[in-house]
Design a protein around this ligand. Structure first.
Ligand code: ATP
Ligand code: MG
Ligand code: FE
Length: 336
């Protein structure tokens, strides 16, 4: 089985060829970050234009690199939400055209299911499992009783973790997206500012990051007004310590409450070196029988390989799309 997968939900144009749902023949990611940096965020109109320019080239390059002809493909998969509507539509149109031209089945994929199924490219998944999804737009704990079944047991009440990283980064004068840079700064500093740990004591699996973001911004502004010195490394370390402690603690509790065999940590923020280390340590110490899977860095951020991995499951479950497939910018989890 060979699946051509297309991802264009935000600011990465990506095309992959995946064999049997777990082998990456190629995974091309064309990032537009440099075009969005000067605006301090992703500009939807600019993103769509870039996708239009890149998508055909990426498809051709992927097939060439994988050494696969369209005739050898089993199906075409595409992200149809959540994401920016204009960006999603470029990928969907390209996928439909390709599927029609080569008479291939079309597989619709939820971007967030893709983030979770990135773990499938590392190891076979065993159910039930818990997934901590931490990305630019989402922070949620998802319980999966079996393949294709998603139950959100907790989520952020306000900002996503990645969003908080990016907003705090702006105050530190870092360019967008700033998660990686804050992560690096944090490793050179210490938790001297002791920001609050939101919702840590509450008996649920929800998160909140906007209070932390406000505390951070107020502290920086007050210090600037009084012309007091700030230690950037310590600010980053203190912010990161608060985010990580809450994420780890609530995830461990979730894994103790539900009968899970594995924990998957996925999404752009799963690339965080501090989070990966803290989660590994906590799970080894407190839940040694639960296997932790964190995809390699290149599979944490947006990419089409993860869409191909999820598509393999969709195909096995018989979930195909018609040419009526439309973008769904606010798509939520549904049972596949
Ligand atoms: P979603 O997946 O929710 O639709 P998205 O696709 O825009 O949103 P991703 O591409 O999955 O988000 O992740 C991007 C986010 O990950 C950004 O907010 C970025 O700052 C953050 N990020 C990337 N690397 C790191 C890191 N090392 N530490 C913390 N955050 C990081
Ligand atoms: Mg992105
Ligand atoms: Fe994403």
């Amino acid at each position: 089985e060979l699946i051509l997968a297309i991802e264009s939900s935000c600011d990465e144009t990506s095309v992959a060829v995946i064999e049997n749902g777990d082998q990456i023949l190629t995974n091309i990611v064309a990032s537009q970050i440099n075009s969005h940096k000067r605006f301090g965020g992703v500009v939807p109109e600019v993103a769509s234009r870039h996708h239009v320019e890149q998508i055909t080239l990426c498809i051709e390059e992927a097939l060439q690199e994988a050494n696969v002809t369209p005739e050898e493909l089993t199906a075409v998969a595409v992200t149809y939400g959540p994401g920016l509507v204009g960006s999603l539509l470029i990928g969907i149109s390209a996928a439909k055209a390709f599927a029609w031209a080569h008479q291939l089945p079309l597989i619709p994929v939820n971007h967030m299911a893709g983030h979770i199924y990135a773990a499938r490219l590392v190891k076979p998944l065993e159910f039930p499992l818990m997934a901590l999804l931490v990305s630019g737009g989402h922070t949620e704990l998802v319980y999966m009783a079996e393949d294709g079944s998603f139950e959100i047991i907790g989520e952020t009440r306000d900002d996503a973790a990645g969003e908080a990283y990016d907003k705090v980064g702006r105050v530190l004068g870092l360019s967008y997206p700033s998660g990686k840079e804050i992560d690096e700064l944090a490793h050179k500093g210490e938790d001297t500012y002791h920001f609050p740990r939101a919702m840590l004591k509450e008996d649920n699996f929800d998160f909140s990051f906007s209070g932390l973001k406000s505390s951070f911004i107020n502290l920086v502004h007050n210090a600037q007004q009084r012309e007091e010195p700030l230690v950037r490394e310590n600010l980053a370390a203190s912010f990161q310590a608060s985010v990580i402690e809450v994420l780890v603690e609530k995830t461990v509790r979730a894994c103790k409450t539900y009968p899970v065999k594995q924990l998957v940590v996925a999404g752009g923020v799963a690339a965080n070196v501090g989070l990966r280390a803290a989660m590994e340590e906590a799970m080894a110490e407190r839940l040694p029988d639960v296997e932790l899977i964190v995809p390699p860095l290149r599979l944490c951020g947006d990419n089409a390989a993860m869409i191909g991995a999820a598509a393999h499951v969709e195909l096995a479950l018989g979930n195909l799309a018609t040419y009526e497939l439309n973008a769904n910018p606010s798509l939520v989890f549904q049972t596949m």
